[in-house]
Every structure is written in C-alpha cells, then in structure tokens.
Design a binder for this molecule. Structure first.
Ligand SMILES: C[S@@+](CC[C@H](N)C(=O)[O-])C[C@H]1O[C@@H](n2cnc3c(N)ncnc32)[C@H](O)[C@@H]1O
Length: 370
C-alpha cells in the first residue's frame, strides 16, 4: 500500500515535470509579450526610438519557438526511461489538474544551457577546464598497464547531462552517472540514447538572459548538439541512475573511483556527501573533485544549510579518513557562461584528489593522518 502511494507520488511529480516542459513555449512567449506590453505603454516618441528593441523581441520569440521544437521529441521517450512505470499507473487526478512545478521554467531554461556545456562544441572550452583535469587524473591513477579498465568502477554523482561520465566510459572505464533532477535525466536520456547525428539540433541556450547583452545577437547565440555521436563508443560500460546520491548509494566499498564536478556544494550538509563518498569507495579507492563552494542551499529558506570554508572541508575530509594526495586552488572554471555577455562569471575552483586508506596497510581510520 505504502509502495503504491510512493509510486503515485513519484508519478505525480514526473507528470508535473512533463507539464512544465510542455508549458515552456507558452510561458517564455508570455514573458516576451509582457515586454511588448511594456513598450506599448510608453510615450509614442519612446516607442518610435525603441523600434529596434521591438524587432529584437520578435527574434527572441522565434528563438523560443526553436528551443520548444526539441521538447516534444524528448517527451515522447520520457516514459520509456522508467520502463513506463509512471506512465501506466492510474492516478486520481488528471494530468492537467497536477499543473506545473514552481520554478520549473528556470529548470527547463537551465537544461538548454547545460546542453550547451555538455554536448555542443561551444561548450568545449568549459569542458576542457572542468572535465579534463578529472579525466587526466583517472587515467594516471588507473594506468592500462596495471588495470583492466573495463573492471574499474567509476561513479559520477551529480552528473547533469552526463558528458563527464560518458567521457570516462569512452576511455574504457565502467562508469555510472547519477542524477536526481528529472529535467536533466529526461534530456540526458534522449541525448545519450536517441541522438543519431552530430550537430543534429540547434538551440538558443541564453535566449532567456535579458541582461548584459551588447546586442540581441548575444542573447541569440546558438549552439548545435550533440558535438559527438553519443551512442556507440561508450555502450555497455556506461549507465545513468536516477535518484538522490545519498539514497541510491548505500552499498559500502563498491567503487574504485568517485569523480565529482561542481557537485559537493549541492548538499545542505557537505559532510554527509564526504562521508558517503568515503563509505562507498573501496579501500585504496580515489575521490577526484573539481568545483567551487557555491553552496546551493545557502539561501533556501527552511533548509538546514551549512557553508564551511574550504579549510574546514579539508579538515573534515582528513578526519573522515581520506589522505589528500593533491590539492590545487585557483583553477579557472566557468559554468554555462555566454562568451558574448558583458557579465563573465569565473570560479577559482578547487581541485583535489583524495585516497581512502588501504585496509591492507592497516590504515583504516584516518585519525593518524591529521
Ligand atoms: C552544478 S550541477 C553540475 C553538473 C555537472 N557535474 C557539471 O559539472 O556540469 C550539479 C548537479 O548535481 C545534481 N544533484 C544535486 N544534488 C544531488 C543529489 N543529492 N543526488 C543526485 N544528483 C544531485 C543536480 O541536479 C545538478 O544536475
């Protein structure tokens, strides 16, 4: 009974995500129409001077329509992703009654930006900054001469649209990405399993960024995806799981390597992430991390968020039992950045590699290491 109720709740949430995707075009157009109304309410002389702005708004509508073309294709396959469990369950309410998710529109918008980061050639520079150091480190720790890479298990929690996990799997490792955001999961399922040709789709990742544009062309910057054909190269040794990292990964000492990129600051309690990573790693296993400490829950009301500095995080890492083998600060990294915007965010990220003590050497508890 309890399980039935859980499935119904999950299905209700799933349907609201679908509804939110479906509402993208209408809500985004409404926002532009509101701007048209604002222009329409101005004095005639202002309207005349703003003719070009009015024309720009028409171009933005076309961009939104283009982005929206991708959505029905993705949604067509969303049910098969969960073996139709959510789609075949009877619900007391109709789909429409369930409505859309609050802040769902922003989630759809961020998927378009993440498509740029993970799967377009425009995102190559960001991926080089963020993913390459992690991949290089994995290659160094598990050299082909000493390891059968197909047997080396790498986990990427907070995988986003899956590119880092895919790249690791493409290098012969057994790699699993984990993600709990259904917007990301639905789109990554499509890209990873159903995109057939390179640069098959064109999107406007920053169409919703109305500020800091030199010209409307900045907002209308396009990205094509996927920049590589995802399907065949990583087949077999690549998988994605859906769900909260803390709930999905409870089996101790299962992974040879955990790779986190822009992830550890996604927890209200970063210590819980660190502890879980430690527990699920095999003795001698490595954790490779790159990213800032943006602490996503910091300003979320009613969340018990803690925001320890990197110094404190390092102390916790060692106290949990890890040995810090490498630690760099000031690693220049961007996240879904429009290269043409007047506003350029760049993180001085931290990059570190930790090893779980090897029980064979009797170094199980990290206290000796502090
Ligand atoms: C800032 S994004 C980084 C995505 C990707 N690693 C990258 O570098 O582009 C963090 C991702 O972690 C996911 N995430 C956050 N907390 C999570 C959790 N507890 N379990 C699984 N995924 C989580 C978010 O949904 C989001 O996609």
């Amino acid at each position: 009974m309890e399980t039935d109720q859980k499935i119904q709740e999950e299905r209700a949430y799933f349907l609201r995500v679908i509804n939110t995707f479906k509402s993208y075009q209408e809500l985004s157009r409404k926002r532009i129409q509101h701007k048209e109304k604002c222009v329409g309410s101005l004095p005639n002389q202002h309207k005349k001077w703003l003719n070009k702005y009015y024309e720009d708004l028409q171009k933005l509508k076309e961009g939104v329509d283009k982005n929206a073309e991708f959505i029905p294709m993705v949604l067509k396959h969303a049910c098969s992703m969960f073996d139709n469990v959510y789609c075949n369950t009877e619900m007391p309410q109709s789909e429409q009654q369930l409505g859309v998710l609050n802040e769902g529109l922003e989630k759809v918008q961020s998927v378009f930006k993440q498509l740029m980061r993970d799967w377009s050639s425009l995102g190559a520079a960001e991926r080089k900054q963020c993913y390459d150091p992690i991949i290089q480190e994995i290659l160094v720790h598990f050299p082909e001469e000493h390891y059968d890479r197909a047997e080396v298990q790498v986990l990427v929690p907070g995988a986003g649209l899956g590119r880092l996990a895919f790249e690791i799997a493409s290098r012969g490792f057994k790699c699993q990405g984990n993600e709990f955001n259904l917007f990301m999961l639905i789109v990554s399922f499509y890209v990873l399993n159903l995109c057939k040709n390179v640069d098959e789709y064109l999107i406007y990742p920053w169409i919703h960024q109305y500020c800091n544009n030199h010209s409307v062309d900045d907002q209308l910057t396009t990205a094509k995806f996927p920049d590589v054909k995802p399907m065949p190269s990583a087949e077999g040794n690549f998988s994605m799981t859906a769900g909260d990292f803390l709930e999905v990964y409870t089996m101790k000492e299962e992974w040879d390597c955990v790779a986190t990129c822009f992830f550890i600051d996604c927890a209200p309690n970063v210590v819980q992430f660190i502890e879980t990573i430690y527990e699920i790693l095999k003795p001698g296993g490595v954790w490779i991390n790159l990213g800032p400490l943006l602490y996503h829950y910091s300003d979320v009301k009613k969340e018990k968020s803690i925001e320890p500095s990197f110094k404190v995080v390092c102390d916790v890492i060692k106290k949990v039992g890890f040995q810090m083998e490498k630690c760099e600060t000031g690693v220049k990294t961007k996240y879904c950045q429009n290269p043409n915007s007047m506003l350029q965010y760049e993180y001085d990220s931290v990059f570190f590699v930790c090893r779980k003590a090897d029980s064979i050497n009797g170094q199980v508890n990290g206290e000796f290491n502090t």
